[in-house]
Design a protein around this ligand. Structure first.
Ligand SMILES: Nc1ncnc2c1ncn2[C@@H]1O[C@H](COP(=O)(O)OP(=O)(O)OP(=O)(O)O)[C@@H](O)[C@H]1O
Length: 338
């Protein structure tokens, strides 16, 4: 089988604050093939953004500690690559779209100039070629009157249009990988759907792989090939999208699915929120981090964190319920067997 384009291996990232260590990412493993879409889902604070920013080396230097792990992209470890190499990779090989495109757009510079400057960093093109390509990119992401809009400033676009510009900028250099961190969270539902459709269309045209980060499983249903579910800094379940949606194996994944509105069911189907709150990552107790919120705990869950169990087809889960020694009658309704 071909080598994956990207593999994240046993990644541990902590933040040192004045009096404590926040263990934000704890042993994350996943890989990504060319052209594939992987969604990383989980509640706020589960470590999704920190994982993504580790790939781009965008975490603050002063308090971040990458304690262990490798991030292999096309055979190179991004964690040990020089800043010069990383800068080359950012934008040309891997680019990122954020929740608020204002963080990546310069408010004082015309949109056209920003796209052209981005292009010029990695390609030697004339001013006119840059202008033509920038207008093409804006057209491609569905911005009307693209040529005229090159002269507009970011604040002259609506939120949805600004996100389109962010995507145009991220894709202008034809990256192998686009990391989209909550790209639609700030937008209303109709615009959300348009932006996701746009990303899928662009992916079909360019063959870019996508890591899509979201707290909303509903967003990834039509888009992801595979889904990684994160909880308290760990991937607790990973598998093909249909496995995660139809055969979830971890009670947390089941909880996320039950708390999500379903598009084609009656409004009277009640949504069941997951009780409790995620743990403080500076004060993790022994055992499975989900145990205090899990309705199906056994004694072992409070003492030992379960290992990842690998089932066929790449579906993996870390839950004591799925251990070979656990009687299968202990499995709650809705939870599949490894
Ligand atoms: N620069 C930082 N300094 C200290 N702690 C941080 C820093 N960045 C993130 N954290 C902490 O790391 C943990 C994981 O954060 P992360 O942003 O990855 O969560 P997330 O799953 O992306 O959630 P959200 O959807 O809210 O962004 C959180 O406890 C967060 O407070």
């Amino acid at each position: 089988m071909a080598e994956p384009m990207l593999s994240v291996e046993n990644l541990h990232v902590s933040f040192q604050t004045k009096d404590k260590e926040v263990r934000a990412v704890r042993g994350v493993n996943f890989s990504l093939n060319k052209g594939e879409t992987l969604a990383i889902v989980g509640e706020s604070g589960s470590g999704k953004s920190v994982t993504a920013k580790s790939i781009m080396r965008l975490l603050p230097k002063h308090n971040t500690k990458v304690k262990e792990g490798r991030i292999i992209y096309e055979g190179r470890d991004l964690l040990t690559a020089s800043i010069r190499d990383i800068q080359k990779i950012r934008g040309s090989d891997i680019s990122m779209v954020f929740q608020d495109p204002m963080t990546s757009l310069n408010p004082t510079m015309k949109i056209g100039k920003q796209i052209i400057e981005g292009l010029k960093t990695y390609q030697s093109i004339s001013k006119q070629e840059g202008k033509t390509k920038a207008a093409e990119m804006l057209k491609l992401v569905g911005i009307p009157n693209a040529e005229e809009r090159l002269d507009a400033y970011p604040h002259q676009f609506s939120g949805g249009m600004r996100q389109r510009v962010g995507i145009a900028m991220a894709l202008a250099c034809n990256p192998n990988l686009l990391i989209a961190d909550e790209p639609t969270t700030a937008l209303d539902v109709t615009i959300q759907a348009q932006i996701l459709e746009l990303m899928t269309d662009m992916q079909k045209k360019t063959g870019t792989a996508i890591i899509l980060i979201t707290h909303d499983l509903g967003v990834v249903a039509n888009m992801a090939d595979r889904i990684a579910v994160m909880y308290a800094g760990e991937i607790i379940e990973i598998g093909r999208a249909e496995e995660i949606f139809y055969k979830p194996q971890h009670p947390y994944t089941l909880g996320l699915l039950q708390s999500m509105p379903k598009p084609h069911t009656s409004r009277t189907v009640p949504l069941i929120p997951i009780p409790g709150t995620p743990p403080d990552l500076a004060k993790l107790e022994r055992g499975c981090p989900f145990a205090p919120r899990c309705p199906h705990t056994m004694k072992v869950c409070h003492y030992f964190n379960p290992e990842m169990q690998h089932a066929s087809g790449g579906h993996s889960v870390s839950c004591w319920l799925q251990d070979k020694r656990t009687p299968k009658e202990n499995l709650p309704a809705g939870v599949g067997v490894v």
